[in-house]
Design a protein around this ligand. Structure first.
Ligand code: PEP
Ligand code: MG
Length: 750
């Protein structure tokens, strides 16, 4: 069964458009379920409460496109409304049965229908019919499983169809990643390491494309022949023959001819090569003989080798449009470093959510981002006009004039708000009843800290040191780290700077230190790695403490602390480093303040113990939320469940504040919640008076602080804690903001 299911899903995924996909499904189902008719109804794009017959096989083809059923109407509408399968031996006797005249269905009274559901939404209904013999349990299970699997493919195929006409304006929905709006041109990420991600692209330079294709093929041929020679010493002859067979495939024949034909028809070499490889691999996958079917992998392997060379030959992507909107399947933090920042206007990523690190970085850089767009037609977006709305998590593809005008107006309004806020730069962050709040910035990507200083930041509450590690191809040396840390400590001289020790693992990989784990967020991450590798930790702490000599504003922050013993072990190493440096420089060196990040639930329950050995704690709401709510911060499928305003998260934070107060340990917050206007209100209500955020959020946060009294925020927090759901908390605080005329600050989403 699994093979039949896989085959159908594969065929559908390969279909060029939704109509061909549906035809393929009906053909396959008639065969696989021994049915005599198969019909597919899909919800109308502009009226999702109505289903329309989109494909039918075995019934009168003239009815396709003409039969419509409202939810609840007829058997099909009932299946959709109940979101439940129906298996009937004599459908015409069912009270909901509604005959489609002239369809021929009277001959097929045995009916099995199942809903197609994706993301809680009924997309349509598939039904199969026959003259006699009820569909058995296995057949029902098969169709239900297939419908569940096809739902995503149908969603994707639908969006492919929608984007086929170049000039139509369309909107794609994801989740709000980083706030802001941008109008620009899409540039599809070109990692070039997998065939699926090669974007469609036209070329005017056919000769140039042919030349780079032939050059790539020549190089791979030469490499393969050389590898076969080398392997001869260690591998049996038949294994070496594989390399030669690959080389022969490239020496001429249909792989080359088909690709060159595609190029001559105007396609750029990588997508023409991708199409050729996919077609050839497909022919092999269809073969019954398992050995031959496996050869599809060889074709893809060869395809990848040539593609890699081809991408090196291509220099087209080095031209970044002025208003580049970076688009990709999974845009990562390091991808941002590839685009000159003055060209980067927005980000749209098929995967990820607002708490993915790339979204946090985008926020820090003031770049709007839309994450987790399930149906992003990536291949067709390169060079296309796009609007990114990072507030409500949508992007407009080929926006028409009306949408462009509307967004241009929003952008002007935004600029006016920002200009207004500039007046707050020199003003203190105090509530109306004179409660003082310290506003700090999160940093790590930029070496230029001028914007933070100009916006009135009083220090750095979180410096993510992993970023300089991520953009290199080896661990940075002590000296390299020293220079980076010295720069930031010097820039903020006289103000506290919390340098966080290396927090890699999870979704922050190092290319030169690969970690393979099934559950990286629950695995080897942050301080767990650095305690296991004291040489990395010690080098980093040495660089930090040396950089602090003569400046004395360093604070060291330990990430992913899950219990007091990890703090104790870190302190032993830090003290050792301090003693070593004292000996080297021949003078006493003060120990910097040491803080623990509280972002793992177990640390919440040990807060008093932890506070007994550190100078301060900083709440990492991004991870604390993910671990408390059991919601992967990067997973768009559960993005709706991720909210740092969830009453349980708020209660955990109150517990931290309460526990820390026993030893008078200062508490600050450096997760994204600290820069969210609604979060600012909740955190102040808990008595937290130190917030660290992206520089772009600072003035808005200050405005919020200056608009409320501490006592009213304390009171409203009690109300929030009594609510049962995150959205209720959100609504409550949003209402309060709105009343003060600050409704424009509310970020949609979480
Ligand atoms: C956090 O988890 O809230 C945090 C600030 O750390 P990061 O986002 O870098 O994991
Ligand atoms: Mg964290």
């Amino acid at each position: 069964m699994i093979h039949r299911l896989q085959r159908i899903v594969q065929e559908v995924n390969r279909a060029p458009d939704i109509d061909s996909a549906l035809v393929l499904i009906t053909e396959s189902l008639i065969q696989d379920l021994n049915a005599q008719a198969c019909s597919i109804f899909l919800a109308k794009e502009n009226d999702p409460g109505v289903l329309v017959l989109k494909a039918s096989n075995g019934l009168n083809p003239a009815i396709i496109g003409k039969v419509e059923r409202k939810f609840g109407q007829g058997l099909i509408g009932t299946i959709a409304a109940r979101a439940e399968a129906m298996n009937l031996l004599d459908a015409p006797r069912h009270k909901k049965f509604l005959l489609v005249p002239n369809s021929g269905e009277v001959d097929f009274p045995v009916v099995l229908g199942v809903p197609i559901i994706a993301h809680r939404e009924v997309l349509g209904v598939i039904s199969v019919q026959r003259a006699e013999n009820a569909f058995n349990e296995d057949e029902e299970a098969f169709l239900t499983t297939l419908a569940a699997q096809l739902a995503t493919s149908i969603e994707r195929a639908e969006s492919k169809g929608r984007f086929s006409t170049e000039s139509t304006s369309q909107v794609v929905k994801g989740v709000a990643g980083a706030p802001g709006m941008a109008i620009g041109v899409a540039m599809v990420l070109n990692r070039g390491v997998n065939l699926e991600s090669v974007p469609d692209k036209k070329t005017d330079d056919i000769d140039g494309e042919l030349k780079s294709f032939r050059e790539a093929v020549r190089k791979v041929c030469a490499e393969l022949t050389e590898q076969a020679e080398k392997m001869r010493a260690t591998l049996p002859e038949e294994e070496c023959a594989l390399f030669l067979a690959y080389a022969q495939m490239l020496a001429g024949g249909s792989l080359i001819d088909d690709t060159e034909q595609g190029i001559k028809a105007g396609s750029w070499a990588p997508s023409s090569w991708r199409d050729t490889i996919e077609q050839h691999a497909y022919v092999f996958t269809q073969m019954e003989d398992r050995y031959l079917a496996e050869r599809a992998n060889d074709i893809r392997d060869l395809g990848l080798r040539v593609l890699r060379k081809l991408m090196l030959e291509q220099s087209t992507y080095l031209d970044f449009p002025d208003q580049t909107i970076l688009v990709g399947d999974e845009v990562t933090a390091t991808d941002l470093a590839d685009v000159p920042l003055d060209c980067l206007s927005g980000i749209v990523s098929a995967h990820g959510s607002s708490s993915s690190h790339v979204a946090i970085l985008a926020h820090a850089l003031g770049i709007p981002a839309v994450m987790g767009v399930p149906n992003l037609p990536i291949k067709q977006l390169d060079g296309v006009d796009l609007i990114v709305d990072g507030y409500n998590g949508s992007a407009f593809v080929n926006p028409d004039k009306a949408i462009l005008d509307e967004y241009s107006r929003y952008l002007e309004e935004e600029a006016a708000i920002e200009k207004d806020l500039l007046g707050l730069k020199g003003q203190p962050a105090v509530t109306t009843d004179k409660h003082q709040v310290t506003l700090l910035v999160n940093s790590g990507l930029m070496s230029d800290h001028t914007p933070s200083l100009r916006s009135g930041a009083e220090g750095v509450g979180l410096y993510r040191t992993e970023i300089p590690f991520q953009i290199r191809d080896r661990f940075p040396s002590e000296e390299e780290q020293y220079l980076i840390y010295r720069n930031v400590l010097e820039t903020f001289k006289g103000m506290p700077v919390a340098l966080r020790t290396l927090d890699v693992g999870g979704d922050k990989p190092l290319s030169y230190f690969p970690i393979y784990e099934a559950n990286p967020f629950l695995g080897w991450r942050g301080v767990r790695i650095t305690l296991d590798h004291p040489e990395i930790f010690v080098t980093q702490v040495r660089a930090m403490i040396r950089a602090n000599v003569g400046i004395n504003n360093l604070e060291i922050l330990l990430p992913m602390i899950s219990g007091k013993s990890e703090v104790d072990e870190s302190l032993v190493l830090i003290n050792r480093v301090r003693a070593e440096i004292e000996e080297e420089v021949g003078e006493k060196i003060g120990l910097p303040k040491i803080g623990a990040m509280i972002e793992v639930p177990s640390a919440v329950y040990q807060i008093e113990d932890i506070c007994s050995v550190v100078d301060f704690v900083s709440i990492g709401t991004n991870d604390l939320t993910q671990y408390l709510l059991a919601v992967d911060r990067n997973n768009e499928n559960v993005a709706d469940l991720y909210s740092s305003l969830h009453p349980s998260v708020l209660k955990a934070m109150c517990q931290i504040v309460q526990g820390a107060s026993v030893s008078d340990t200062p508490v600050s917050v450096c997760g994204e919640l600290a820069g969210d206007p609604l979060g600012v209100m909740a955190l102040l209500g808990m008595g937290i008076n130190s917030l660290s955020m992206s520089v772009g959020s600072l003035l808005r946060a200050k405005k919020v602080i200056r608009s409320f009294s501490y006592s009213e925020l304390t009171e409203s927090l009690q109300k929030a804690l009594a609510l049962s759901d995150a959205f209720l908390v959100r609504d409550m605080y949003a209402g309060m903001l709105d009343e003060r005329g600050l409704g424009g600050f509310i970020r949609a989403g979480k």
